[in-house]
Design a protein around this ligand. Structure first.
Ligand code: ADP
Ligand code: UDP
Length: 255
């Protein structure tokens, strides 16, 4: 088979040229990084699990009308996506105080927020992804005011839906990060779509009963049981590969 052209290698994924123009193959690695690349490691099987978890969540979101880059899963570690022009802004949605928000305002982790908070960070490894306001985003031309309105509305809808989905399997969606991109249709029309991935790499997920962390914080904070945590999320969503790659069960409901 001809070698595929590698478009970009990031910290957690490799993007290859896709089989048709306008598509990319997103390859999920086991590599994990934290604290802006200062901490590096591997989480065995993470790529396989994130590929499945992200596929599952993108498909559920598409069902409620959220436009996404996802086309189809190709194999254990790869999925086909539409190539988009990534908006260089990380959109973080928070429901419960944790991580950098706890630090910034000296708040106790685990405090529920009176309402969901959406924050924007400029996507730049060199600058350590600084927190930015809408003013920065529009003044520097990263996105238009209309894009921001659309992104905010999408982010809140995604949050509402995922909060319920995770609650149904006994998980609190504490916070998570989204990326959006511009997709140009053949008609020349531009659409904003959800891109990148949604997985325990970019969500905080806590068990509803015990508050046990089932996400990348286990790696960031050396809590151990990292692989098991990712597996548990997949298991609860009903997508753990118990009987082989075609073993797709319905989500398990936890009262
Ligand atoms: P990072 O770049 O932060 O190290 P990854 O290792 O996850 O992150 O690399 C994936 C890269 O691909 C990210 O920079 C992300 O913005 C980009 N990306 C995600 N989805 C798409 C897409 N559909 N089209 C183009 N680029 C994408
Ligand atoms: N996040 C991410 N990529 C980043 C920064 C944050 O996916 O570069 C996610 C992170 O997993 C968490 C949420 O965004 O679910 C909020 O992260 P926070 O600002 O608290 O930063 P952290 O303390 O994780 O660095």
């Amino acid at each position: 088979m001809a070698r595929r052209r590698r478009i970009y290698e990031g910290k957690a994924k490799v993007m290859f040229e896709g089989p048709e123009p306008g598509t990319l193959v997103q390859y999920f690695k086991d590599d994990a990084t934290a604290f802006n690349n200062q901490k590096k490691g591997t989480i065995t099987g993470k790529g396989v699990l994130n590929n499945r978890i992200s596929e599952f969540l993108m498909l559920r979101l598409a069902e409620i009308g959220i436009p996404t880059h996802f086309v189809r899963r190709l194999n254990m570690r790869e999925q086909l996506v539409r190539e988009v022009e990534i908006i260089p802004v990380e959109v973080v949605i928070r429901n419960i105080v944790a991580g950098s928000l706890a630090k910034r305002f000296a708040l106790a982790e685990g405090t529920p927020l009176p309402r969901s908070i959406v924050e924007y960070y400029y996507k730049s490894d060199e600058l350590g992804d600084p927190l930015v306001s809408e003013e920065h985003i529009t003044a520097f031309g990263w996105a238009t005011p209309q894009d921001i309105d659309d992104i905010l509305a999408l982010a809140l809808r995604i949050n509402d839906f995922l909060l319920g989905l995770f609650l149904g399997v006994g998980l609190k969606l504490v916070d998570f990060k989204l990326e959006f991109g511009r997709l140009y249709e053949e008609s020349g029309e531009m659409r904003l779509v959800l891109a990148d991935e949604i997985s325990p790499d970019n969500c905080r997920l806590w068990d509803t009963k015990t508050n046990e962390k089932l996400d990348k914080d286990r790696f960031r904070r050396d809590l151990g049981g990292v692989e098991e945590a990712y597996q548990e999320v997949a298991r609860r969503l009903g997508i753990l590969l118990e009987g082989g790659p075609n073993d797709l069960k319905a989500p398990e409901s936890i009262q």
